[in-house]
Design a protein around this ligand. Sequence first.
Ligand code: NAD
Length: 501
Amino acid sequence: MSKYAELINRLIPNLDAYRGTDLVVTTPIDGSEIASLRMNTAAELDQMITQSVTAFQAWRKVPAPIRGEFVRRLGNELREHKEDLSQLVTIECGKIITEGRGEVQEMIDICDFAVGLSRQLYGLTIVSERPNHSMQENWHPLGPVGIISAFNFPVAVWSWNACLAFVCGDSTIWKPSEKTPLTALAVQAIVDRVAKDFPEAPERLSQVVLGAVAIGEQLVDDRRIPLISATGSTRMGAQVGPRVAARFGRSLLELGGNNAIIVTPSADLGVAMPSMLFGAVGTAGQRCTTTRRLIVHRSLIDNVHEQLKKAYAHLGDTKVGDPLDANTLIGPLIDQMSYDGMQRKLNEVRSQAVEVTGGEQVSIGNGGFYVKPALVRLEKQLDEVCEEVFAPICYLIPYDNLDEAMAMHNEVPQGLSSAIMTTDVREAEYFKQNSDCGIANVNIGTSGAEIGGAFGGEKETGGGRESGSDAWKAYMRRQTSTTYYGSERPALAQGVQFDLE
Ligand code: NAD
């Protein structure tokens, strides 16, 4: 029996209902099996979708502030189970425990945001060009939302989608990553507990479907699901986007990044270095917002390189290990495939690099895949850099003038997060105007976004926006409504005449 069994059973009291043999769950901490589950069948998913449609029909009629009350209680329940759920996040996806806690905190934060939102689903009134006409823009619940999530944010991504969907009047079906199904079942158990004491919440308002690509595709192809929100690789998005479009569905895509920080001569390195380090090596390089490129002015690059090498050596020698250990800053990679991908990329660029630091496997005496983070100094940006490798490889690249740095920055196909380190307001504003990313930061790194802003990116990152700001609009249906309240024959728009006599 797994040493984590007690925690898992505590979080998922009905685990027996999911047991089976075709979905073996392992922990990246040591590669050991922590549960053996059963994937859902196509027939079961079909039935879930039918139930989700029924749940939506009831939920859409519940007033939005009452839907918000449901989400408020969900936030409270998450507070209660924060430590257990954080531990399971760490055990299942390998992020260090403080980041596991941060991820669950993010769920709580989006609950609070959504509660406020439940009283602010504002439409518009619009002036009409015709006498005695009024125009409104109204927002209506959309329908069942399909949520597909990635392994590296196994629970927060669901909450960004589901909490907004719930207050907007939608039901949800969640297909978590096949690498992290337990955290999804734990969250579902929490939702179930809240729903049990909330009579307005229909049965099957929130559901989890377990499966791999085939189940994901079935969800994506089903016309009863008006919105598919899919988070994962650009490879996945390139498959999902066209399939949803082919049935005239709506997709919200949150895909891979290739994020850079530009460091200008005016940068305050005391401010910049910690952000660059956390961005590059935090979460063992397994964030969509991980800093993959440091584009540094030539006058600073030797200094920055020396400081980074020192920090990388310290991290690699003393801070790689069990993510449940409070001393650890770099946990394991998710699996061997990820480790192999990292080594393959390092071998590809090695002969063209000025210097490569780190990247070696670290043995901590168990079956997990642990690595020293890798820092690769280049003389110029290579084509090989344009691909996202989901592991801690960071490229250090020199530039001579800001236009050149900006061009290099925007050259990659992804467009998620970006940052500049500068104390010059002109450089900062130039950067915000010219970065082609969905996120452009000044003097903070590329990762660690707050929930209040809309999160997402452009180009191959998919164009979707989730979480804060007005991202809720993706989960509703916009309707323009014109009312004539006069008693004369109504005028036609644009002065069109259509007189019968
Ligand atoms: P992945 O693409 O392998 O899988 C993501 C999810 O998509 C899984 O649930 C998987 O089963 C499903 N899936 C894969 N192919 C599918 C298909 N054809 N139809 C339907 N579903 C399909 O990604 P991963 O390895 O779990 O996660 C890492 C990737 O996710 C990285 O590229 C990272 O940048 C990205 N990511 C992006 C964001 C963001 O908000 N932009 C957030 C987290 C992760």
